[in-house]
Design a protein around this ligand. Structure first.
Ligand code: G6P
Length: 475
């Protein structure tokens, strides 16, 4: 097969750009706010890198183009593929299954067929743009078959895979009718990265049990002599970038303005999430509503601002959630609001990074209580913005971030009473106590940023270590 020119290739379901209309009506592309592209852009520019991904619209072919020194290769999806591969298998089968089945996963054979077809398309694009011996990094649950499909087309490549979401316990993974194909798909990579060590262990155990390969700790030995490593690389954010943004006069002024327009309450609590059923929004809002209703908090003193970014809006479970949250917010505000004083401010919208930073700066208590979350970057963003060492973080123990942010007020999001008392503890702790906690969390976040994460992964992937020597094959 003919090779391309890119020395470093990223494959993700989405391209790292959003389409925007210029004032003159011309289509332009703007880098999306995600941390992944921030970390990888310099690596891409240095290596003549290419990024392969969907551009976000159905039934449309977009030619490859250059953006900020990166070669972007759009992958087309038909209307049916958006419904079956993206909304279906990726987000109504894998997403709930991998998040502890907090919503019931649906298993449909046509969705699987579409997933296979689209994964093959991504693999073929990558095979065409990658130079001989290039490094390819495949991202996330939408593309778990790409590593093995790509290896078949291009055995010369060094292939890495990173799963941004949790990898489920073996008992749940076994429900998947296509469990073996997914495991074999991932085994096409040389290095499979997870957020947590437990996830890597789940994967290795499943490979041993279901595929029958020999394994030893984080190493899998394939019958053809190839070796696959499975390890944890907890992802992070552009921590310095967030702090810098939070320090700008505009953001500081905007934070003051936000406080003012909320009526200068004693305490602002804040949640920022994609509108997703894994995020524990219902439980969190109920806990806050009860604190007001039972008199633990006074409606003049505390305000909860919940930003819910629209997400996957055509998927049934997301539609149900949206209606549920609307009703719940209406009920809480209806029950306990006073004229001019609404306890919950609910914003179903997405905001630019600077507005987020202002909200983080305005918030006394950040409430991040997912039922299950691979990492949760909002928790880390909040910490990065609190260079004043003020503020408190209430954090679910079921978010990956909990194992790094040990000084957060950790909660079990299913335990409403427990959450209520932790929110109160965070609100009532003095600045000394919260300052101590915030300092410890800041050290962790500022020292372990997204650049270090990417470097660690890519170093392991590209190191010329003699795997066989380091990890002798068990007999
Ligand atoms: C999670 C996933 C990403 C995904 C993002 C937004 O963070 O791990 O792969 O891109 O959600 O979801 P969307 O479906 O809009 O791409």
């Amino acid at each position: 097969m003919e090779t391309g020119t890119a020395d470093f290739v990223v494959i993700a379901n989405r391209l790292p750009v959003d389409r925007v209309l210029s004032p003159t009506g011309k289509t332009m592309w703007r880098t999306s706010p995600g941390g992944l592209v921030t970390a990888l852009e310099p690596v891409m520019v240095r290596n003549g890198g290419a990024w392969i991904g969907w551009h976000g619209a159905a039934d449309e072919d977009v030619e490859p183009f250059e953006h900020n020194g990166m070669h972007l290769v759009p992958v087309p999806l038909s209307e049916d593929e958006v419904a079956e591969y993206y909304e279906g298998f990726s987000n109504s089968t894998l997403w709930p299954l991998y998040h502890d089945v907090v919503a019931p996963p649906e298993f449909h054979r046509e969705w699987w067929d579409s997933y296979v077809r689209v994964n093959r398309r991504f693999a073929e694009k990558a095979a065409a743009v990658a130079q001989q011996d290039a490094v390819v990094w495949v991202q996330d649950y939408q593309l778990q078959l790409v590593p093995s499909m790509l290896r078949e087309l291009r055995p010369d490549l060094r292939i890495g895979f990173f799963l941004h979401i949790p990898f489920p316990p073996t008992e749940l993974f076994q429900q998947l009718p296509w469990r073996r194909q997914i495991l074999e798909g991932l085994l096409g990579a040389d290095l499979v990265g997870f957020q947590m060590p437990g996830a890597a262990q789940n994967f290795v155990r499943l490979v041993r049990q279901r595929v029958g390969h020999k394994t030893h700790r984080d190493t899998i030995y394939l019958p053809d002599g190839r070796v696959v490593m499975a390890k944890a690389y907890p992802i992070s954010i552009d921590a310095a970038g967030f702090e810098e943004l939070a320090r700008t006069p505009d953001v500081i002024a905007r934070a003051a303005e936000i406080r003012e327009s909320l009526g200068n309450p004693k305490t602002i609590l804040l949640g920022i999430d994609r509108l997703d059923y894994t995020k524990g929004l219902r439980q969190r809002l109920r806990a806050f509503g009860e604190l007001i209703a039972d008199g633990s908090l006074h409606v003049d003193d505390a305000v909860f601002v919940q930003v819910a970014t629209p997400s996957r809006e055509r998927v049934q479970q997301y539609k149900l959630l949206r209606d549920d949250i609307n009703r719940l917010v209406g009920r809480i505000n209806g029950d306990v609001a006073r004229i001019g004083q609404q306890p919950v401010t609910y914003l179903h919208a997405s905001y630019p990074r600077a507005e987020m930073a202002a909200l983080y700066r305005a918030a006394d208590v950040m409430v991040v209580t997912p039922l299950r979350d691979g990492m949760n970057l909002v928790a880390k963003e909040y910490v990065a913005c609190r260079y004043d060492d003020r503020g408190a973080l209430v954090l679910s123990e079921f978010a990956g971030a909990a194992s790094e942010l040990k000084s957060a007020y950790q909660v079990n999001p299913h335990d409403i009473n427990g959450m209520k008392s932790m929110m109160l503890a965070a609100i009532n702790a003095g600045p000394r106590e919260n300052g101590r906690r915030m300092k410890a969390m800041r050290k962790q976040v500022m020292e372990n940023d997204i650049e270090l994460w990417a470097n660690n992964f890519l170093e392991e992937l590209t190191s010329d270590r003699e795997l066989h020597e380091k990890n002798p094959r068990p007999v």
